[in-house]
Write a protein that binds this ligand. Structure first.
Ligand code: PBG
Length: 324
């Protein structure tokens, strides 16, 4: 009998056969784990909308890092949440501020750990915007100066990678020039190239206490309806010298991971953001979904779309699951 159809099931016949033909894998070295640091002592406070994610004071961070290292996590991204905030986000570029202290602490204890610094002002400004305000709007070029200072201060503290997330025009070139001038020509820039004005950041803003106090971020973060605009953003960042390109949020915008993969040769990073994490945690807590399978499918989905790296709050759980 002439065969009239394809037998795809041949390659799915057993676990060993499926292992043999598996195209994409989630590995610990692909994952970047976010950490939130706060001032004070003996603070390990769970963020209510992000179960399993904490605010750490430096002493507690030191303890947490042992677990992070034991989990096989090889890179972390740092978010500082200072007590005092002001109009120009001074806490972002002060060499003795909390983020810089945390970076120093990790690099001293674990020189091999890749420490990425999120470079933005919103966690440090009292108005919660990612730059300085003039006449009710974020002043692009004035903000660039402060962001460049922030990046240099973070590099001085020992950051291995600078990850600017502020979405000001020209932020990559401004930071590149400042880093080079300060002698940090070897420090790469991981640009939040395609970053949407998204409701998926809600829980993060609880965690960083960084919700804008007036207006929104729509004049600098991108309209979620646009994809060609994302390619223009990424092209600018590459031209300005970005070494990595981030797509954020990752899940609802996986098309942009695919499109960046097709159009650029820089490593592509998908940010599996706070809202995506919280939805999974809430549904899992209710027994509505299988958390492990949902997370692993999501992460391998990012890999399939073309992401080289994934920033994810699930990294410690993934380590447990990968070890079986
Ligand atoms: C700083 C920044 C934000 C996130 C990462 N860096 C918040 C924002 O832009 O409002 C969000 C990360 C997350 O939701 O997990 N600008």
């Amino acid at each position: 009998m002439a065969q009239t159809f394809d037998r795809h099931r041949r390659l799915r016949s057993s676990a060993a056969m499926r292992n043999l033909v598996r195209e994409n894998h989630v590995r610990m070295e692909d994952l970047i784990y976010p950490l939130f640091v706060v001032e004070g002592n003996n603070v390990k406070k769970e963020i209510p909308s992000m179960p399993g994610v904490y605010h750490f004071s430096l002493d507690q961070l030191a303890i947490e890092m042992k677990e992070v290292v034991a989990a096989g996590i090889e890179s972390v991204i740092m978010f500082g949440v200072p007590e005092e905030k002001d109009a120009c986000g001074t806490g972002a570029y002060d060499d003795s501020a909390i983020t810089q202290q945390a970076i120093r602490l990790i690099k001293e204890a674990y020189p091999e750990m890749i420490v990425i610094a999120d470079t933005c002002l919103c966690e440090y400004t009292d108005h919660g915007h990612c730059g300085v305000i003039h006449d009710g709007d974020v002043d692009n070029d004035e903000s660039l100066k402060l962001l460049a200072q922030t990046a240099v201060s973070q590099a001085r503290a020992g950051a291995d990678i600078i990850a600017p997330s502020n979405m000001m025009d020209g932020f990559v070139i401004a930071i590149r020039e400042a880093l080079d001038e300060a002698g940090f020509t070897h420090i790469p820039i991981m640009s939040y190239a395609v970053k949407y004005a998204s409701a998926f950041y809600g829980p993060f803003r609880d965690a960083a206490n960084s919700a804008p106090q007036f207006g929104d971020r729509k004049t600098y973060q991108m309209d979620p309806s646009n994809s060609r605009e994302g390619l223009r953003e990424a092209a600018s960042d590459v031209k300005e010298g970005a070494d990595f390109l981030i797509v954020k949020p990752g899940l609802a915008f996986m098309d942009m991971v695919v499109r960046l993969r097709e159009n650029f040769n820089q490593p592509i990073v998908a940010y599996n953001v706070s809202g995506e994490y919280s939805m999974v945690k809430a549904a899992a807590a209710n027994g509505w979904i299988d958390e492990e399978r949902i997370v692993m499918e999501t992460l391998v989905g990012f890999k399939r779309a073309g992401a080289d790296l994934i920033i994810t709050y699930h990294a410690k759980d993934v380590s447990k699951w990968l070890k079986g």
